[in-house]
Write a protein that binds this ligand. Structure first.
Ligand SMILES: [Zn+2]
Length: 244
């Protein structure tokens, strides 16, 4: 399936691309190296798993790779907001050269680097977790948005903007909703992970990733939902809501 692709090989990982995407393949390889260094340090592991990233040159080939290489079900043609899909050590990406015609986004180098980091968090978490199937969505996406730093700045993905908007207009969700509603898992998950890390420290977050097998992250951190809800919501109002 990758026979027609060129391959950019680095220490421990490979990036496949069409000939016209070689520059983006190198950009991708550098992004994997940089994010990999900080994430392996965060999670205290010696190296990334063997990564294979593929830049699909258009929407049709993106969908085909997700379905046939990753064996992940995908609607076809897929949503133009879908531009990356990880599965074990593989990451299929829509090449930035195809964004204008085949996605809802434009290529912004910082957004692209952070998105690669986001996908690497998923890859590492899947490798480290004793039971990724039970891991809740708010925790998976919260870790990915938080550790990739997508929450820090305004971007096309609006991870930061949506939280600031909701907090300032007094639409802070209930904790139960943040845990059960997939769109809130994406928008508010990072705030929970950031708050929990601030309260318990990096080591506790890493221990939860490596040890929680029943999905009950809060129990592993010694949190109960009622008191967490109160302190998290207060922190959103008093800290996050006042950040620039
Ligand atoms: Zn994600």
């Amino acid at each position: 399936m990758l026979r027609s692709y060129l391959c950019e090989e680095r220490n421990g990982f490979r990036v496949y691309c069409a000939e016209h995407d070689l520059a983006f393949a190198r950009t991708t390889a550098r992004a994997i190296e940089t994010a990999g260094a900080s994430l392996t340090a965060y999670f205290e592991v010696t190296s990334l798993p063997r990564i294979r990233a593929v830049l699909a040159p258009d929407r049709d080939r993106f969908d085909a790779l997700v379905a046939d290489l990753l064996r992940v079900q995908i609607e076809r043609p897929s949503d133009p907001r879908r531009i990356a899909q990880p599965q074990r050590g593989d990451i299929v990406l829509l090449s930035p050269s195809a964004y204008a015609e085949h996605s809802s986004y434009e290529y912004v180098p910082d957004d692209y680097r952070r998105m690669i980091s986001h996908e690497l968090v998923h890859v590492l978490q899947e490798q480290l977790s004793p039971n990724i199937e039970e891991s809740p969505l708010w925790w998976d996406e919260g870790l990915a948005v938080y550790l990739s730093e997508q929450w820090r700045t305004a971007s096309q993905f609006c991870f930061r903007e949506q939280v600031l908007r909701d907090v300032r207009s007094k639409r802070i969700p209930a904790l139960a909703a943040a845990f059960s509603d997939p769109s809130l898992a994406y928008s508010f998950g990072w705030t929970l992970v950031r708050f929990l890390e601030q309260e318990h420290g990096r080591e506790a977050i890493v221990a939860a990733v490596k040890n929680v097998s029943d999905g009950n992250v809060l129990a592993a951190l010694g949190e109960n939902p009622a008191s967490l809800e109160e302190s998290w919501q207060a922190w959103l109002r008093n800290t996050v809501g006042r950040e620039a």
